[in-house]
Design a protein. Sequence first.
Length: 100
Amino acid sequence: MDNKPKPIFEKRIFWDVNFEKLDYDDKANFVIERVFERGDVEDIRQCRRYYGEEKVKTVLLGTKFLPEHRIYLASAVIGKPIEEFRCYILRQLNPGLFPY
C-alpha cells in the first residue's frame, strides 16, 4: 500500500491467527473486518489511515458479519445507513430464536 507505515494493532484483536505473520495487504478484508469487530477507537483510526476511506467502506458494506453494536459504529464511522450493510440485511433475513 504505497510504503505507508504498517498500522499498529492490539494483538488481542487477532488472537486466533499468527499475528507476526499476518499480511496486512494480502488479508486486507480480514484485517478491516476484525478491527471493526474487536478493535478500539485507536485501532479503527490506524485501520482507516492505512487502508483509506474507500477500501474500508467497501469492505464494511460487504462483510457478512459484524455484531449488532458494531454495525452501528461502522455506520457512524463511514457515514452510511445500516440498511446498506450486507451483514445487517442478512441479519434481517435470518432472525434468531425468539428471546424469552
